[in-house]
Ligand binder design. Structure first.
Ligand SMILES: [Zn+2]
Length: 139
């Protein structure tokens, strides 16, 4: 279901709780909401008002991915980059790694499977932005 975006910093600054397999409907709402917003490539659950650690993002081919409980294990080549946010007005400069290793859960047949993957460039930047959202951190 398409949800309204939350712009209230009091909600967005609360650290998210761990997601469970019961939260599959939240992930679907995130995918539906992301698909409904032009020019949006990523979204975290608290941006639709659910304080659970779930993020969705579109890769460069436009395919959407869901990550439950994403954590950045390692980052390389930090640089300052300009960044903007769907639920925060001004563009700011933040430090982001160009390459990251991420641990997350994937929902497969009703159970979480732990995954680890490397991401580069734009995808790495989006994931770092989304992991910050999960921590209640705003750029
Ligand atoms: Zn954001």
């Amino acid at each position: 279901m398409i949800k309204d975006l939350v712009h209230d910093e009091a909600v967005l600054s609360v650290p998210c709780e761990p997601a469970t397999v019961e939260d599959a409907a939240v992930a679907q709402d995130l995918l539906d909401t992301l698909a409904s917003i032009e020019d949006a490539a990523c979204l975290a659950a608290n941006q639709i008002g659910v304080t659970k650690a779930i993020i969705v993002f579109q890769d460069e081919s436009g395919k959407a991915h869901v990550m439950y409980n994403p954590r950045i294990l390692m980052g390389l080549a930090a640089t300052k980059v300009p960044e903007s946010c769907l639920t925060h007005e001004e563009e700011t400069r933040v430090t982001r790694f160009a390459k990251i290793k991420v641990a997350f859960d994937e929902l497969v047949d009703g159970a979480f499977k732990p995954r680890k993957r490397d991401y580069l460039g734009w995808e790495a930047q989006m994931i770092q932005h989304m992991v910050d959202h999960c921590k209640g951190k705003l750029i």
